[in-house]
Structures are given as C-alpha cells and as structure tokens.
Write a protein that binds this ligand. Structure first.
Ligand SMILES: NC(=O)C1=CN([C@@H]2O[C@H](COP(=O)(O)OP(=O)(O)OC[C@H]3O[C@@H](n4cnc5c(N)ncnc54)[C@H](OP(=O)(O)O)[C@@H]3O)[C@@H](O)[C@H]2O)C=CC1
Ligand SMILES: CC[C@](O)(C(C)=O)C(=O)O
Ligand SMILES: [Mg+2]
Ligand SMILES: [Mg+2]
Length: 340
C-alpha cells in the first residue's frame, strides 16, 4: 500500500513562523483559510474588491489585494478559478513572487499544462483536498477531515516537501489521509474523476433515471426522490462502509437488482468511453478545449449551464427542497460560495 501520512506523522513547524496568503475566498479558499487559522497558522486573504472580500472580512480575516497579500507572505496558496489563474498570476502574483517564497495550488492544471510558469527560485507545490471546499470546512468543523494529495513540482528551498506536508495537516487532511503524488497524477486523476464519475457521470446517471421514469408517466416528485434525493443517503453509506456496508443496509431484493442490473447500465461500452475521456485528458486535448472556451468568453459553458438549470429535475427539485429546509446547507449560511 502507498505510504500515507496522518496528523501524528506530520509537523506543523514549517508553517509556524510563516505568513500564508490564501488568494481567493471561494469554495476552497474559505475552507483552507479557516482550517489553517483554527490550527494556529497566520493567514491573510488576497482578493479583488467584491463579494468574497466582504465575506472574508466578516469572518475576521485581514484582506488585501492579491498582489499585496503575495508581497507580505511566505506561502501563497492560489485558490482562484483555474481558468483565471494565468492572468491573475501575471498581473498580481509574479511581480511579488520573490526568491524563497512558495507558490501553492489545490489542483495542478495550470502548472501541468504550462499555463503558469513560476521562476526557478521559488518552491512550487500542491495540496489538493479530495472533496468540495464547503465539505472541507464542514467536515473539519465537525472534528474530521477530507483526505488530500500533495506534490512538489519545484523545491528551491530544500523544504518544499515539509511545507506541503505541514499545509496538508493545517487544512485538516491529516485526520483522514495525506498521500504523495505528482502534479501529473493529481491533474489527470482529478479531471477524470470529476468528468467521468463524480460530477459528469453522476449527473448524467441521475438525469437518465429521472427521464426514464417521467417519460414512462411516473410523477416527477417520485422520480426526484428515487433518483436524486435518495442517492445522497445511499452515498453516505458507501462513504461510511463501502459497497458491502451499503449492501448490508439495503434489502436483498435491492442487492440482487444491484448485481444483475448495474452492469447492464454501466457496460463495457461505458468503460470504453471512460478510457477515451482519460486519453483526452492525458493528451492535453481537454485542457486545450477548456482554455479556448474561456478565451472566447465561454459560449458553450453559458448555453449548457442555462439549459441544465431548466431541466425538469431542477424545476421539481427546487420546489421540493424549499419544503425541506433541513437539507439546505446553503441557506443555513454555507460560507464562501463565490458561485452564489
Ligand atoms: N471547488 C472545489 O471544491 C475544489 C477546487 N479545487 C481547486 O481550487 C482552486 C479554486 O477553485 P474554487 O475554490 O472552486 O474557486 P471558486 O470559484 O469557488 O472561488 C473563486 C475565488 O476567487 C476569487 N477571485 C475571482 N477572480 C479574482 C480576481 N481577479 N482577483 C482576486 N480574486 C479573485 C473570487 O472572488 P469574487 O467573490 O470577487 O469573485 C472567489 O473568492 C482551483 O484551482 C480548483 O481547481 C481543488 C479541489 C476542489
Ligand atoms: C469533483 C470536483 C472537484 O475536482 C472537487 C470538488 O474535488 C473540483 O474541481 O471542484
Ligand atoms: Mg477534485
Ligand atoms: Mg477538480
């Protein structure tokens, strides 16, 4: 088994006398900043004037521009959206990224695909939590942690690995598991996971199930609870106990259906397509498409996003969730969601 690091294996010393700038206060930014602060790390926030600035100040942080935060800090964790990083790096980070500092990422996209090229006299590492930022904070606040990968791309100080490990502990990952990787492995596996399984694969599966039931004349509310709402409850069991633990809790009838019908839904053809998706990530084809889509101001992203928000499962889901305030974490004050 790969070596894993836990809190007891990691020292926070490499962060103790350092200032950490978290650039961005969105999904990952607010979680890193708050978890690090709770672990005694000296954190400031770098932003542009806007919604996140107010949130970060209301949460008690010192907020300046990204450039000022970079200038006064030793470790700069870059948590603005991937597609904005190259420009913000050139304008705000690079001019202040003097020798001896460390530039850090939560995802390797821009380093691996050469969109950000830091100078050789700074450390470059990543600490990539394997979970959405809002859960990185929520799970930490509940006493747990979200696992993370760390990787060193450039070790100018000779201490980059220890700083990355300390940072991983600082955000709470040492409570779950910290694994060493490379920028290439993190970038390719993360893109694959979010496209084929966690986000793309799952939303397509949910919609296909919902559409199959509603097109057959079943009520949309019933289809919503069956194909979306209950998925969370099933995934909770998978998270806690794996496949076997989930199957312990479901009926034997469901388990027999799982064994016999599941492979008819996710077939060899599906796996073949997963391999194609992985090849496009590995070759840089996906990255090229995403960079280009942003250069032309996201026409497809915008159109698809609009169409998706009007899907019948979203229409019925909004109504049903309104009546279940206990499921609505966002309305209960989920902080740092720059996406609204
Ligand atoms: N979302 C996640 O859970 C995960 C994300 N990652 C990685 O973390 C990084 C950050 O992603 P994510 O947290 O989703 O980002 P978000 O979109 O949630 O947050 C973006 C933040 O950047 C700020 N920002 C945007 N433009 C600027 C600017 N020009 N100058 C200064 N600040 C700016 C926004 O502030 P404003 O309010 O002003 O717009 C906001 O605070 C990415 O590399 C991503 O791949 C890795 C693991 C999981
Ligand atoms: C699964 C999506 C993710 O990779 C994540 C939350 O880990 C992301 O980029 O947001
Ligand atoms: Mg991810
Ligand atoms: Mg990702």
């Amino acid at each position: 088994m790969v070596k894993m690091y836990y809190d007891q294996d990691i020292s926070l010393d490499q962060l103790n006398n350092k200032k950490v700038a978290v650039i961005g206060y969105g999904s990952q930014g607010h979680a890193h900043a708050q978890n690090l602060r709770d672990n005694g790390v000296d954190v400031c926030i770098g932003l542009r004037h806007g919604g996140s600035w107010q949130k970060a100040e209301a949460d008690g942080f010192t907020v300046t521009t990204a450039g000022e935060a970079t200038a006064k800090s030793d470790v700069i964790m870059f948590l603005v959206p991937d597609e904005k990083q190259p420009e913000i790096y050139k304008q705000e980070i690079e001019p202040h990224l003097t020798s001896g500092k460390a530039l850090a990422f939560a995802h390797g996209f821009n380093i691996h695909f050469n969109q950000v090229v830091p100078p050789s006299d700074v450390d470059v590492f990543l600490v990539a939590p394997k979970g959405p930022g809002h859960l990185v904070r929520r799970v930490f606040a509940e006493g747990g942690g979200v696992p993370a990968l760390f990787a060193v791309y450039q070790d100018a100080s000779g201490k980059a690995r220890d700083i990355a490990l300390a940072y991983s502990k600082g955000v709470g990952a040492g409570r779950a598991a910290v694994i060493e990787t490379t920028f290439q492995e993190e970038t390719e596996t993360d893109l694959f996971g979010e496209q084929a399984v966690l986000c793309g694969g799952t939303t397509s599966l949910i919609k296909a199930g919902f559409e199959t039931l509603t097109e057959a004349g079943y009520q949309p509310e019933v289809a919503y609870f069956e194909c979306l709402h209950e998925l969370k409850l099933i995934v909770d069991l998978l998270y806690e106990e794996g496949l076997e633990g989930m199957r312990y809790s479901i009926s034997d009838t469901a388990q027999w259906g799982d064994f016999t019908a599941g492979p008819r839904v996710v077939t060899d053809e599906t796996k073949k397509e997963m391999k194609n998706i992985l090849s496009e990530i590995q070759s840089g084809e996906f990255a090229k498409g995403w960079v280009t889509e942003n250069q032309v101001h996201r026409p497809m992203f915008t159109a698809i996003n609009k169409r998706e928000s009007q899907h019948p499962i979203e229409v019925v889901g909004r109504e049903l969730r309104e009546k279940m305030p206990f499921v609505q974490q966002k309305k209960k004050g989920m902080v740092g969601n720059a996406k609204g």
